[in-house]
Design a protein around this ligand. Structure first.
Ligand SMILES: [Zn+2]
Ligand SMILES: [Zn+2]
Length: 123
């Protein structure tokens, strides 16, 4: 076997990059097509016994720096609406019937910088 980089599992051997549209198969593990080969798969003309034209695909859209900038750091686009990641997570919690998280929870319940001063008595 040869090892390969992430590249199209169709016939074009295009390497995976963020500058193209990609489709990952939900039913097959580790199967990735670009739109060129997906079209062939769907049409039954791919010529490779891989995946299936009826399989469902997840679409990874083209990397779009302009759009990313418009959405802004710390925000996500969900269903065409831009919101902060925090709001999005809170919304998910609510939709599962969970309480919203308190604003700030200190890990292991310590106060301040987490360092607890211990005074030794030297009696
Ligand atoms: Zn391809
Ligand atoms: Zn598949």
């Amino acid at each position: 076997m040869f090892s390969r980089e992430m590249c199209c599992d169709g016939i074009c051997e295009t390497e995976y990059s963020y500058t193209d549209d990609w489709y990952a198969c939900i039913d097959c593990a580790d199967v990735l097509f670009n739109s060129y080969c997906l079209e062939k798969l769907r049409a039954g003309t791919l010529g490779r016994l891989i995946c299936n034209k009826d399989h469902e695909m997840v679409h990874y859209p083209k990397y779009n720096p302009k759009k990313l900038k418009a959405i802004g750091k710390g925000n996500v686009e969900v269903g065409g609406k831009v919101m902060s990641v925090e709001d999005w997570k809170a919304g998910i919690r609510t939709s599962y019937g969970l309480e919203p998280l308190p604003a700030k929870v200190q890990e292991n319940g310590m106060i301040g910088n987490g360092i607890k001063e211990i005074e030794e008595s030297t009696g």
